[in-house]
Design a binder for this molecule. Structure first.
Ligand SMILES: C[S@@+](CC[C@H](N)C(=O)[O-])C[C@H]1O[C@@H](n2cnc3c(N)ncnc32)[C@H](O)[C@@H]1O
Length: 333
């Protein structure tokens, strides 16, 4: 097996530019799945015209969005601009969603800068048709900033709804009770432990997720080159709880295509987009690889390994850059 990691593309613009020639999509174009299930667009999440093109008249029951939130040292005016931009892609999402639907948004809170943009985003959302439903926290394994502060390990996930969307509690068994052992409770006159009860029909997933492994380079689902990959398990949990088989799911910030893969693995359809043709290409290749090999990522290789071996310019660029293990959002906040 190849051991060919691809350095983070956001930190290596020359490498990213060199990969552009291998991208099937240009800005404004949409890839139609030959099996007729999914669509991937090279589109701007904030553009009503672009998103109308992606949706082609269809409505989704679930949106999972993970916008960039790298706002280090943003001035107040820039934060306002960021929120104004969020308002635009929330409007395109509203249009793309059915009257009864769910919206999940991953967002960061910069503890060195007034916890922005999380509270500002929450306030902006009060002026939209979406109602608040839950405030989920996912725990990362690796953190940062431990020398003079609590180690930052949380990822925030906001859950909103419109109308009366599906919520499949019964379909959602979690591994949380395996981790939080030792909580005893009497059930039908018998004292039971957490783990035993996790198999009960009525177990409810809480809104603190401590059982999801953060993606790192040794995992099969790892996509080298990506810098903000969410674990498949988190996308699958959301999809199973908030949609049914055959339903349409959307994600306007596709990147490594976690939502798309989770949709494919759970018999949902996914319309997804990213404004960067290189990530759109990665998304297409990740879906094709899953279908051809059953593999969910490139643990020991990368999406462009064949091109790197054949293209001297690309090979030289990859060789020059030390392959930094991806950090998934940590370095962004
Ligand atoms: C945080 S990443 C999403 C990670 C994704 N959830 C995953 O698991 O791989 C954000 C992505 O949004 C894309 N993006 C940034 N601005 C955008 C815009 N205006 N429209 C569409 N995509 C955009 C970036 O290229 C990046 O790939």
């Amino acid at each position: 097996m190849l051991n060919l990691p691809l350095p983070r593309l956001d930190k290596n613009p020359e490498l990213r530019n060199c990969l552009l020639k291998y991208a099937r999509l240009k800005a404004g174009e949409v890839w139609d799945d030959p099996l007729g299930t999914h669509r991937i667009g090279c589109l701007d999440a904030a553009s009503a015209t672009d998103i109308a093109k992606l949706m082609s008249g269809k409505k989704a029951v679930l949106a999972i969005h993970d916008p960039p939130y790298n706002l280090v040292a943003f001035e107040e005016r820039e934060l306002r601009e960021f929120i104004a931009w969020c308002k635009q892609w929330i409007a395109t999402t509203d249009d793309a969603l059915a009257a009864s639907s769910s919206l999940y948004v991953w967002l960061g809170a910069d503890q060195r800068s007034g916890f922005q943009p999380l509270p500002d985003f929450m306030l902006m959302m009060r002026g939209t048709p979406f109602q608040t439903r839950s405030f989920i926290t996912m725990r990362n394994q690796r953190g940062y900033g431990t020398s003079k502060n609590w180690m930052a390990v949380r990822q925030e996930l906001l859950y909103y709804i419109k109308g009366e969307p599906v919520f499949n509690v019964e379909a959602e068994y979690t591994d949380i009770p395996k981790i939080l052992r030792g909580y005893y409770k009497e059930v039908n006159g018998r004292v039971t432990e957490n783990f035993e009860r996790s198999k009960s029909e009525n177990i409810r997933a809480g809104n603190v997720w401590v059982d999801i492994q953060q993606v790192f380079y040794r995992m099969g689902e790892n996509v080298n080159g990506c810098y903000a990959q969410k674990p498949l398990k988190s996308a699958e949990r959301i999809i199973r709880a908030s949609s049914n088989e055959g339903d349409l799911v959307i994600d306007f910030f596709c990147h490594s295509a976690s939502t798309l893969l989770a949709a494919e693995m759970n018999e949902r359809r996914c319309y997804t987009s990213d404004n960067d043709p290189v990530y759109c290409e990665i998304a297409i290749r990740r879906l094709e690889r899953l279908r051809e090999t059953g593999k969910t990522g490139w643990q020991n290789g990368n999406p462009f390994e064949e091109e790197i071996l054949a293209d001297a310019e690309l090979k030289a660029l990859v060789g020059e850059i030390p392959a930094v293990v991806q950090d998934n959002q940590l370095s962004l906040i």
